[in-house]
Design a protein around this ligand. Structure first.
Ligand code: RP5
Length: 164
């Protein structure tokens, strides 16, 4: 049986994959089926627009889009899809990813893109899981368990600091 793909992970270049793989790994942890592809806004604009236009019809619920530098991919996808788009600013050699971050968050009114911290593709996946979990009780339970684990781990570290 093929699992229904609910999240599309796209990136501007295969050079973004080491960062974006963190999103794929997190979705796998939660058992969320995803697809991953290179869909460059600048080098393959027609294919990028087709991806955005067809995503909802193909059954995707969330798009995670990572790009570096002039990071127009998340915003351009958001302009042609009704789906929530989460942007991941990928840090490049120069400017430490600030260029990517500002390119992603400075969207005009009416065309929202959610953005995570520079390089934090894992958080993009966790946000995607939360979005999906609003209509999926099993997934929401997994997120609640995950949050409980975070708390336990933080408390254990606190014990080390306190010498407990
Ligand atoms: C962006 O240009 C990509 O998202 C990537 O972060 C950056 C560099 O791409 P490559 O030259 O490594 O293919 O569009």
């Amino acid at each position: 049986m093929t699992e229904h793909v609910r999240v599309g992970i796209v990136m501007g270049s295969d050079s973004d994959w080491p960062v974006m793989k963190e999103a794929a790994d997190a979705l796998a942890e939660f058992g969320v089926a995803y697809e991953a592809d290179v869909v460059s806004a600048h080098r393959m604009p027609e294919e990028m627009l087709a991806y955005g236009k067809e995503a909802a019809g193909r059954g995707l619920s969330v798009i995670i889009a990572g790009a570096g530098g002039a990071a127009h991919l998340p915003g351009m996808l958001a302009s042609v899809t009704p789906l929530p788009v989460i942007g991941v600013p990928v840090p490049l050699k120069y400017l430490d990813g600030m260029d990517s971050l500002l390119s992603i968050v400075q969207m005009p009114a009416g065309v929202p893109v959610a953005a995570v911290a520079i390089g934090n593709a894992r958080n993009a996946a966790l946000l995607a899981v939360r979005i999906l979990a609003t209509g999926d009780a099993d997934l929401q339970r997994k997120m609640v368990d995950f949050q409980a684990e975070l708390k336990t781990a933080a408390q254990a570290k606190g014990e080390v600091v306190r010498g407990g």
